[in-house]
Ligand binder design. Structure first.
Ligand code: G4P
Length: 294
């Protein structure tokens, strides 16, 4: 499967991010826990040089628990602060305030030595579209917080959310588009729904997902649709269609519909908790290559 994908507005978004990064101490980068590397944009390391970094594995509820922990360890080993969260249900959100303080302790210490006390940490949330940035900001800010409004001369035109006396959050998240040369990375982004289905062949995409599931989660399809390993992926789609009573022309299995159902079930967690990449499966190579592609 081969596709090319060049989203618009990339340059504009990058410029906005560069502007905003000057104003903050900490970058809170959301990644999708199902594809923690493929959902990162390599530009962020360069854009965020000199800033404290916190990586959140969001949608942790959709990914395999054991692998969530493995990924958290992986990022910590690389020198980032890292935690898993479920922004939708609020899981892991309570501890974020202390994680933020911990991630910024060097900066706080530097401030203290220079006689600057009690200056709040300023943070910005960044990530690729649909990774859960707005959901996370809402979960973290809750109802209790107040917007601090503009600060003339310092943060002109920017809205800040005061979480407490120690932390302020820029209320507009930074949008980074996923960036890839590697088709395998593109495919994973398509599985989770980060690349619009219209530009991809739904049945082809679903077939690729079936291949992955049969290899890595052999019982997932049987548990959900009552089908055993099929001779080929197209046959599998026919069986899903039959299981879900999707027929065209009266009796033919509607494989297009079955493909959409499968993708939707995967994306919403209906097939169980599934992680599409693990550390140590040539992932570091992907990361290096993505770094070079910048
Ligand atoms: P963005 O700002 O980064 O573009 O993402 P946004 O917050 O709009 O979230 C995109 C989708 O991901 C939303 O679903 C949201 O509910 C879901 N989401 C965010 N965080 C989590 C999480 O931790 N776990 C799960 N399971 N889902 C999460 P949606 O279908 O577009 O909207 P809705 O129907 O849920 O409101």
């Amino acid at each position: 499967m081969h596709f090319q994908w060049y989203p618009g507005h990339m340059t504009k978004a990058r410029r906005m991010m560069q502007e905003n990064i000057k104003l903050i101490d900490l970058i809170i980068e959301l990644v999708d826990a199902r594809i923690p590397l493929s959902s990162r944009n390599p530009d962020i390391d360069e854009l965020g040089k000199g800033k404290a970094r916190l990586i959140l594995l969001n949608k942790a509820d959709l990914a395999e628990e054991k692998l969530n922990d493995t990924w958290v360890e992986y990022f910590r080993r690389k020198g980032y602060s890292a935690v898993k969260v479920n922004s939708k249900k609020g899981g892991g959100i309570k501890s974020i305030q202390s994680v933020i303080q911990e991630a910024c302790k060097e900066k706080t210490e530097r401030d203290r030595k220079r006689g600057i006390l009690n200056r709040p940490v300023r943070a910005m949330v960044v990530g690729i579209p649909n990774v859960g940035k707005s959901t996370f900001i809402n979960a973290l800010a809750g109802k209790a917080c107040a917007k601090t409004g503009n600060r003339p001369g310092v943060t002109k035109g920017k809205q800040w959310i005061r979480l407490n006396k120690n932390v302020e959050l820029l209320d507009t998240p930074g949008i980074l588009w996923p960036k890839f040369e590697d088709q395998a990375v593109g495919l994973k982004l398509a599985f989770i729904g980060s690349i619009k289905d219209e530009i991809l062949q739904t049945e082809e995409l679903a077939s690729e997902l079936i291949k992955y599931l049969e290899r890595e989660y052999p019982s997932a399809l049987a548990d959900k649709y009552g089908i055993q390993q099929s001779s080929d992926t197209y046959q599998c789609l026919r069986e899903i269609a039959a299981n879900r009573h999707c027929l065209v022309r009266g009796s033919e299995p509607d494989t297009e519909k079955a493909a959409s159902i499968l993708l939707e079930d995967f994306r919403s967690g209906g097939l169980g908790r599934i992680t599409l990449e693990s550390p140590g499966e040539g992932q570091e190579e992907i990361e290096d290559r993505r770094g070079r592609d910048k």
